[in-house]
Every structure is written in structure tokens, then in C-alpha cells.
Design a protein around this ligand. Structure first.
Ligand code: CUA
Length: 345
């Protein structure tokens, strides 16, 4: 978007880009107005009431209640308008709709790695459909990065050991920038990429061109490679709890408390397996810290999600949700032959 023909701003390419810009321009306009008002007043009054003779003394002024109230109340009202407006935009930005297309992003010195649930993996490139909300779950495998889509007016920090989410709904087909906006080392400025917003039909075609199995399938083969399936039996008779239907449900722990089985809980239970012991089970599970890459972790999580179809998304009728149906159910299924190596990047 050009302002008066000058390309000062990135294009507005998401549904909330114009909301963010409107708030931003309002704040710039208010700041510019008062900066100008104060500068003009300081200069005018300085000239008008300057000392003209060496023996002149200024008048003694004790205060002016109406004036002081005025310059307290007006800024208070203006800042509350900014706060209220900002909070409403922020709420919108921070709450992904339930029907959003989900994908994962992992930041690493110095690249962005994206994984689609359907199986496609990309580096420094991201393909998304226009006109559908997209939810990105973001983490980092080394230092703090920040995933920024300037044309969508949204960003989120990528923090090691934590899942954060952002969402956007691309409104225009095209190619837009991806930046890292958190200084993360020597090649921080080179940690850039492109997001390709495609017509939904072209996107569907692009999705079907991958052919290396869904993310959940990859998680399933990793589940077997790591021998998770030898303890986590579907029957519930294994040394570890059955993982069928676990995702999105409360889990009762040994100490009597309960925890929601979300992505963060699953991640912690894989890497720091002694942190939360499920009631009725022994703390036998080894830690998988250092043995599973960030991409492997999200694949395992998607596999576990796929064992709980109803809690992973909206009604099965919505388009594209066939990927949310359980694809395999643990031990009985043979692992797909060609599993791409994990964490090779
Ligand atoms: Cu990654 Cu800056």
C-alpha cells in the first residue's frame, strides 16, 4: 500500500490488515497533532512573551484549575480510546477461529521450517489458500525468533520449548514477505522467506503434490521407531496409558490434580516424562530429550491428535477435515516404508 504514492507500507493482504492500519494511523495522527501543537505553542509563546528589557520580570502565575483539568481529561480520554480500540484489535488477532487450517512453523538459526498436516514440508516458503483462516503453531529449536508476516499485520515470537499460535486470513492471492523480527544471531537479517497465497483450487492441487504421507502418518512411524507403541497400548493394559481419545481431554495425575491434554502437555510428557505421571501408572518412561527434533515432536503430537478425531477440529463435514480422521491406530499398523529422516536440517 502506498501512502500518497509513496510505498511506505506493505500491502494489506489479510482480513485484519486494514483494522491494524486504521488504529496505527489514528495513533500517528494524534501524536503528530499534539507534537505539532506543542512545538507551535512553544515557539509562538516564546517569541510573543520573550524578555524585551533586562529589568523585566515575569508575572507570577499560581495555577489554573479548569486548564489543568482540561489537559488531564482530554489525554485520558484519548489514551482510553487507544486502549479500547487496541484491545479489541488485539483480541481479534489472538483468537484463531475454530475452523482454521492448521500448520506448524519451527524457527531455527537461520530459517523458517513449515509443516502442513497433509504432509508437505517447506523451508522459507509457505503456501496457503486465500480466503480461509490459517492458524500457525510456532516454536523454535534454538533461540528466540519472531515470525512476522508484514502484509498480514501479524507476528508472534518463536520461543524454544513453547508452542505459540498466530492466525490470519489471507485476502489476496500473491507473494508476500516472511521476516524474523527478533535478533537471533549473525544471519538474523537473512532469516526471510515468502508466503504464497493461492486460489483454493490451486492450493488443493499443490497440497496433493507432496506424496510423503500426512504429518500424523509421519508421527505414527516415529511412534513405532521410538518404541512408544510397546508401552502405550490401545487396550490400556500397557505400561503407559493408552493415548486413544486423550487429546483435548482432562487427564488425572498421580497427585490427584488434573491437566488438559493439549500440545504443551504432550510435548512435556515426551521430553520431560517424569513431570506429570498419569494416575495409576509407574514413572517408567525414559526422557526423549535430545532424541526427537521439534518437527518430530509436532508429528508425534499430530499422531496422538489423530487418535482423538472429535477433539481436533470442528464438525467432520467441513472441507479438508478428512485429514483429521484417525489414519492408523498404533501398534497393529506397519510403519510406512520410507520415513524421511528427522531433524536433518
Ligand atoms: Cu531468527 Cu532473527
Amino acid at each position: 500500500m502506498g501512502s500518497f504514492g509513496i510505498p511506505l507500507f506493505p500491502e494489506q493482504a489479510s482480513t485484519f490488515a486494514s483494522d491494524v492500519d486504521a488504529l496505527y494511523f489514528f495513533m500517528v495522527a494524534v501524536s503528530a497533532f499534539f507534537a505539532l501543537l506543542i512545538a507551535v505553542a512553544a515557539i509562538t509563546l516564546g517569541v510573543r512573551y520573550r524578555r524585551r528589557h533586562p529589568d523585566e520580570a515575569g508575572a507570577r502565575i499560581e495555577g489554573n484549575l479548569p486548564l489543568e483539568l482540561l489537559w488531564s481529561v482530554i489525554p485520558a480520554v484519548i489514551t482510553m480510546v487507544m486502549f479500547g480500540w487496541g484491545a479489541s484489535v488485539f483480541y481479534h488477532l489472538r483468537r484463531p477461529p475454530d475452523e482454521a487450517v492448521q500448520l506448524y512453523a519451527v524457527g531455527k538459526q537461520w530459517m523458517w521450517k513449515f509443516q502442513h498436516l497433509e504432509g508437505q514440508r517447506e523451508i522459507n516458503e509457505l503456501h496457503v489458500p486465500a480466503g480461509r483462516p490459517i492458524k500457525v503453531t510456532v516454536t523454535s529449536e534454538d533461540v528466540i525468533h519472531s515470525l512476522y508476516f508484514p502484509s498480514f499485520r501479524t507476528k508472534i515470537d518463536a520461543i524454544p520449548g513453547r508452542y505459540q499460535t498466530l492466525w490470519f486470513e489471507p485476502s489476496k492471492v500473491g507473494r508476500y514477505h516472511i521476516f524474523c523480527t527478533e535478533y537471533c544471531g549473525t544471519k538474523h537479517s537473512g532469516m526471510i522467506g515468502s508466503v504464497f497465497v493461492m486460489e483454493p483450487a490451486a492450493y488443493q492441487q499443490w497440497l496433493s503434490g507432496g506424496g510423503e504421507g500426512s504429518l500424523a502418518d509421519r508421527g505414527n512411524s516415529l511412534f513405532q521407531d521410538l518404541a512408544c507403541n510397546t508401552c502405550h497400548l490401545d487396550t490400556g493394559q500397557g505400561r503407559g496409558p493408552s493415548l486413544s481419545g486423550v487429546f483435548g481431554k482432562p487427564v488425572e495425575l498421580e497427585d490427584g490434580s488434573t491437566v488438559l491434554a493439549d500440545e504443551a502437555y504432550l510435548r512435556e510428557s515426551i521430553l520431560n516424562s517424569q513431570a506429570k505421571i498419569v494416575r495409576g501408572f509407574q514413572p517408567l518412561m525414559p526422557t526423549f530429550q535430545g532424541l526427537v527434533s521439534e518437527e518430530g515432536l509436532v508429528a508425534l503430537i499430530e499422531h496422538i491428535k489423530s487418535l482423538s478425531p472429535q477433539s481436533t477440529g470442528p464438525a467432520p463435514a467441513s472441507p479438508g477435515d478428512d485429514r483429521l480422521q484417525p489414519t492408523t491406530t498404533g501398534a497393529s499398523q506397519p510403519a510406512p516404508a520410507a520415513r524421511p529422516p528427522q531433524g536433518q536440517q
